[in-house]
Ligand binder design. Structure first.
Ligand code: ZN
Length: 276
């Protein structure tokens, strides 16, 4: 496998906040270097159900991860598995929930926190617990360390699919609310950190997507169906038709879109067409 995809997942970053406060990403759209969709997250708009939908291309009612308390291995066909089956390499720098979904559950920090093991579904793993990057009420949370770990992994192992997952926007949103100055500033900070790394990622040959699992309500919650928690931005760097896509995309399109850009077969359970 030659092609490489990076998915940057910004937890809890709603669509309106992305468009208003992520000036670097929006500048790429304006400059003709990226395409941006408005995307509807699956229901419920909770992290674990959305993580599994992003990687399985199916709704929670189908894949069965229905709450943040369903901490078990995925039973679906998913992006990590398809890449591995094709002989590709996989990596993740992410919250431990991803290790439990795709590596082993329950999480064992001394085994799973950091490893390079080609026999595992996620071959190169750097996982963190709540508290590593998510301390509440401590002001803004920098993703410089997280993105550095991902960049080091790219240089060392060239994973064909790499997930990097930031929890800062979700944490600050819960602490201060989705309309707060703190949440907006956190969105600006993660966007600024992406700006610092993006050219490195492109130079390393990565096709880059940036999105969120779900948004955040003004009172600091998510899970329901309102636009503030349901709508997220989905950015694709280097798309042949840059600019703003019309309509409302379906979050179940993310997994088949990643596989399509990697040139891999799309499992039958992924019934939504890749984004064009
Ligand atoms: Zn949350």
């Amino acid at each position: 496998m030659e092609r490489k995809v990076l998915l940057v997942l910004l937890d809890g970053l709603g669509f309106d906040t992305s468009v208003r406060f992520c000036g670097f990403m929006e500048g790429l759209v304006e400059a003709g270097r990226a395409r941006r969709w408005k995307m509807a997250a699956v229901l419920p708009t909770l992290s674990l159900p959305c993580y599994e939908s992003l990687h399985s291309g199916t709704a929670p009612a189908v894949h069965g991860i229905l709450t943040n308390d369903h901490r078990r291995l995925s039973t679906s066909d998913h992006v990590f598995g398809v890449v591995r089956a094709a002989g590709g390499r996989t990596g993740a720098v992410a919250h431990l929930n991803f290790s439990e979904l795709y590596n082993a559950a329950p999480y064992d920090a001394f085994r799973d926190h950091e490893y390079d093991d080609e026999s595992r579904p996620i071959q190169y793993g750097r996982f963190y617990d709540k508290g590593y990057y998510t301390k509440f009420n401590l002001g803004l949370l920098s993703d410089r360390d997280l993105f550095t770990k991902a960049t080091v992994m790219m240089r060392r192992f060239q994973p064909n699919y790499l997930l990097v997952h930031s929890l800062g926007t979700d944490s600050v949103g819960h602490a201060h609310g989705g309309q707060s100055a703190e949440y907006q500033a956190q969105a600006g900070m993660v966007d600024d950190n992406i700006a610092f790394f993006m050219e490195h990622w492109l130079e390393l040959g990565y096709h880059v997507f940036v999105t969120a699992d779900h948004g955040m309500s003004a009172d600091g919650n998510h899970g329901g169906t309102t636009d503030d928690v349901r709508h997220v931005a989905f950015y694709e760097l280097g798309h042949a038709s840059p600019g703003v896509a019309p309509g409302l995309a379906d979050q179940r399109a993310v997994a088949p879109t990643i596989l399509h850009r990697l040139g891999l077969p799309i499992p039958a359970a992924m019934t939504v067409a890749p984004l064009e």
